[in-house]
Each structure stands twice: as structure tokens, then as C-alpha cells.
Design a protein. Structure first.
Length: 290
């Protein structure tokens, strides 16, 4: 979500919650590219705590899914200017990463919780031409590398060493932008990505125009020429389907974070409803692969 739009959304959510309270009181194989994702269910997405992103957590065993939203940002973090959290991810060995951004400045921040429960912060200074937005974190299956994304119309995704996991990272050192995923076609307003395999990403796009793929709000698949790492790789982009846009209210929907749980084969995507219905029928949709 763009910075000004996010500020308006934050203000609108606060007002809507107040109104609601008042009302109550008174390079992949062809087979991969041909995959389809079928909707199998949905759950209400809370607008304060489940409106930005989500991830499944494998370590410790039987952990609950984790979500991010305006209401999950610690006060100690927001007071320092990190007032927006994006779509998080968790490594298979138990490191949990949340991407943060501020309204202005020259850096992004990744907040990391280690398997022992301790938190640390890794700051990334913007590179030349890099946008301020920090929309998501997607940790590669091997754990050593993390993909992040900007906002707007882009032909790349950014690759960093995974903070806390990659031995080359430290909270006391700048987290570098090591390489890029060079896309074969432009994408717009990507809100989240998650790895389906070591060389395949699934991404949720909030594209409102529909001019890039013939549909608005597409679910994208990006097939990589190799696993991301210290050198650039290429990515082939395919639009798989439009994400569900259903609500009792009319207006603009917002596609948010995405998660693929390899244990169950379930894909989940958050879609925020327009207007007052952001409170009542925003959803986390569930899909399985056909």
C-alpha cells in the first residue's frame, strides 16, 4: 500500500472502529505454470490485527499462524517512526521476520524473532533508486536468502541475506541489498510473496488497473531461473487468477499478504473489503492447488 494511501487507511480504520463501537453501545516446469488454485474457504480478517500480512509457523511445532496489522505494531517500534508493517514470513527453522517502513527517511527495518523468543532489529539503508516501501518478506526454503518488495510498477524484486539466519548478518551492521530478481514483465503493487518451492514464488498483487495481465488484483506466479542468492536471477511472471472480490459494500478492495503452508498445501491470501465493510467481511481466503 502506498505511503499516503496507508496513512488514509490507518485513519479510516480508526474512525470505522470508533463508529462500530458506538453502534454497538447505542524456471519452472510447464506443469507448474499450468497449476490452478481453487478457493476452498475463507475466514474473517480482523481489520486491526490481520489486515497486512500472515505466515504459517513450523517451529515450534503446532504453532498458530501469525498475522500483522496496525494493531500488532509495538508502541516502542511505532514511536521510533516504524509505523507500517508489511507481510511477514518465517523460516523453516523458526526465525520470524516482519518488514517495517516509515513515512520518510532513507532506510527500512526488518524485525526478527529468534526461535528462543528474543527480538532484534536489522536496518537496511536504501540503495540507489530503491523505493522506501517495504511491502513483504519472503524467506527462501534454504533459509539463507530473503526476498523483499517495493511498491508501484516494478520489474524487479530485491534479495537480502536473511536477517538472523544468514551468518553474514548482524543487528549492528547494515543489511545489504545483495542481488535482484529481474522480472520478464512488469508487476504492480505487489503486497506479498511466498515461496512455493526453491525456484517458484506466489505473489499477491493489489493492481487496481488490470492493464498488465487483463485482470485486477491478480495472483501471480514467478518462476525463477535459479534459487535467489548473491547473484541476480531472472523471473518469469504468470497471472494465475483474479483474487476474490466479494463484499456487502461496493468500492475498492485491497489485496494484502500471502502465505503458502507446505505442510497442508494451503495457500492463503488476505483481501480487505471496501468502506465500512472493512470491519465486517474482510477475508483471508484459502486455496488448494488443482
Amino acid at each position: 500500500m502506498a505511503l499516503r494511501a496507508r496513512q488514509r487507511c490507518h485513519a479510516a480504520l480508526t474512525g470505522l472502529v470508533a463508529l462500530a463501537s458506538a453502534a454497538v453501545l447505542s524456471t519452472a516446469t510447464p506443469a507448474q505454470a499450468a497449476d490452478t488454485w481453487t478457493e476452498v474457504g475463507s475466514d474473517r480478517a480482523d481489520p486491526l490485527t490481520e489486515s497486512q500480512g500472515l505466515t504459517s509457523v513450523e517451529v515450534p511445532a503446532n504453532s498458530a499462524n501469525r498475522y500483522t496489522g496496525i494493531g500488532t505494531i509495538p508502541a516502542s517500534v511505532s514511536r521510533r517512526g516504524w509505523n507500517h508493517v508489511g507481510d511477514p514470513d518465517a523460516s523453516y527453522n523458526g526465525y520470524y521476520v516482519e518488514p517495517y517502513q516509515a513515512d520518510s527517511g532513507s532506510a527500512k527495518m526488518f524485525r526478527v524473532q529468534a526461535p528462543d523468543g528474543t527480538w532484534s532489529e536489522y536496518v537496511h539503508t536504501l540503495g540507489s533508486g530503491e523505493a522506501l516501501n517495504n511491502s513483504f518478506a519472503a524467506i527462501s526454503p534454504g533459509g539463507q536468502w530473503m526476498v523483499s518488495g517495493e511498491w508501484g510498477t516494478m520489474t524487479r524484486l530485491l534479495v537480502h541475506p536473511t536477517p538472523g539466519v544468514n551468518p553474514g548478518t548482524s543487528p549492528s551492521a547494515d543489511l545489504p541489498w545483495t542481488s535482484s530478481i529481474r522480472l520478464d514483465r512488469a508487476v504492480r503493487d505487489v503486497q506479498g510473496c511466498d515461496f512455493l518451492s526453491a525456484t517458484t514464488l506466489l505473489c499477491s498483487s493489489d493492481d487496481p488497473a488490470g492493464t498488465l495481465f487483463g485482470m485486477t488484483k491478480p495472483l501471480l506466479q514467478i518462476d525463477l531461473s535459479a534459487e535467489p542468492g548473491a547473484s541476480d536471477v531472472t523471473g518469469r511472471v504468470t497471472a494465475l487468477r483474479q483474487l476474490p472480490l466479494r463484499s456487502s459494500c461496493s468500492g475498492g478492495f485491497e489485496t494484502e499478504g500471502i502465505d503458502y503452508d507446505r505442510r497442508t498445501g494451503t495457500l492463503r491470501v488476505i483481501v480487505i473489503s471496501p468502506g465500512f465493510c472493512v470491519l465486517t467481511d474482510s477475508k483471508t481466503y484459502r486455496f488448494t492447488r488443482g
